[in-house]
Design a protein around this ligand. Sequence first.
Ligand code: BES
Ligand code: ZN
Length: 634
Amino acid sequence: MGKTHLAISLIGAICLMTMNCQDQSVRAPDGSGDGLIAADARDLHSYSNPGQVRVKHADLDLEVLFDRKVIKGIATLRLERASGASAAPLKLDTRGLTINLVEASSDGTVFLPVEFMLGDSDGFLGAPLEIKLPAEAASARITYETSPEASGLQWLDPVQTAGRKHPYLFTQSQAIHSRSWIPLQDSPQVRITYSARVRTPPAVRAVMSAENDPQSPRNGDYRFSMTQPIPSYLIALAVGDIDFRPLGARTGVYAEPSVVDAAAREFADTERMVEATEKLYGPYRWDRYDILVLPPSFPIGGMENPRLTFATPTIIAGDRSLVSLIAHELAHSWSGNLVTNATWRDFWLNEGFTTYLEGRIIEAVYGRERREMEAVLGRQDLERELSQLDERDRILHVDLAGRDPDDGFTLVPYEKGALLLRLIEETYGRERWDAFLRGYFDHFAFQSITTAQFVAYLKKNLLDSDPQLAARIRLEEWIERPGLPEEAPKPASDAFAEVAAAADLWMRGERKLAGIPASGWTTQQWLHFLRSLPSPLPGEKMAELDRAFGLTKTGNAEIAHQWLLMSIRSKYAATDARLESYMVQIGRRKLIKPLYEELIKTPEGRKRAEAIYARARPGYHPITQTAIDAVMKP
Ligand code: BES
Ligand code: ZN
């Protein structure tokens, strides 16, 4: 911290102590002073005060310094003040940022330094940045630097990329990690447009969740603009040896050169997916839909960054069998990016709707059977997780007070949310329900809404039209109570019934593996087959499966995951090497966390897990590190 900064911080600290003490007792300043937002809409995960001063546009100037693992940034924020709030400061969220200079301007051209105060850092929330603004200020400019440990960034050395020649950087901002690389009002209730200039070494390319020009020369100087207002968690950047292939007129894929052609083959149905979704739910409003395939350390499956979905390479299976993840991220262009959860308590509005839409897109493009298989797997996963979760996390409208929103990341908002919507569909009929959904997306387009707003809209526009049907959907029970209500739909699949029967016959010795029609099975059938087998499966049965189907060598990351899990349970040592390379190479939390959890159930397993983790941890993303640290803690 420089001397001037220290002096300004002290002045700020005194202001804060004398003028704004009530803000210290309430996590969300909005809850105290802002009558416009109902109590229910309070964002407990932001220090910002959009009810008084609101950021409308961010102009970013970012310099990516790979050698120091730091972004040097200048963020110029255009502001709007509520009437009667002319004395209010601007409050921003930050996490691990070094703030070098803060200036304000009344005309957007002449900037003068102003006082600011960077508050104490509170773990996952980070530190509030309070800026004293002259009454006439229309913009603020913050000169800052990120920390090499920024929770929203992962810096990869060349060896962690497919090409092994160039470094790579990517962001993952949801839920509250934007603040670790941009100082802003990091709340899903604040929508902004943005423009950016990104400077990088000349050998790499930058892409953002904005208008990208794949034809722009690779020269280390890139410009972007996002003209539709989006919440901060959708601001995204990636920098690396990134090439582009078009898929359709308005769709395409970005990836490292050695991956981009396989990615283009895998995602060849993307344009059809966009068309199918438009037919169901109205126009795609974001102009282009492109996909960026990240290196394998990407900590999640996919992220719906607008115009540019970020995706794990582990869905490239060679047979398009895992592209429901693309359907999911695409669906967020309606549920999530267009109609956004107002707080992280309302996360199920994003993910439950999206999981439901994902199923409808898969049905439209690949048929009902494929959708039903995925729905059965989804419900199985949900039931397993429900049996392990605390009561408070089995509720859709989850209470996150005092908690990191990343902790609310369970299957409940996804699968329970989707089952509720499926129940409404089955009760009112597809025609009325689809018309309702189209109206919903139109009505709330480019807004952030709470669970209560959705419920009120649903009642008025669907339920009240037929109270008898409405009585079959116990909404309050679904949304505010733990667990899965009795009337929850039970997806079923004939293709799965066959597979389960085959597993049963083989186990009883009544059928040979050679007699099972496995060559025609889809990934989903394979997963169901393996899950239908007893656990642990005796070693000789594991070996028999492996000889017949080469499971240890499978290139399908989901099937490999299931097989490795079974191998740990069965102490089937033939997979040892594959297990280790899988856990070191892949950083996708969903695929590796269960493997660590399974390993540490025995003392020898824990030893192996520790040895593997010691090798793997440096290559994992902060999100995955946090998750695995929690598993491995003694
Ligand atoms: N928006 C989520 C990812 C997310 C949620 C990141 C919360 C951080 C906090 C994304 O749309 C998602 O749900 N991804 C899933 C894949 C999907 C097919 C269920 C994932 O990454 O597992
Ligand atoms: Zn999602």
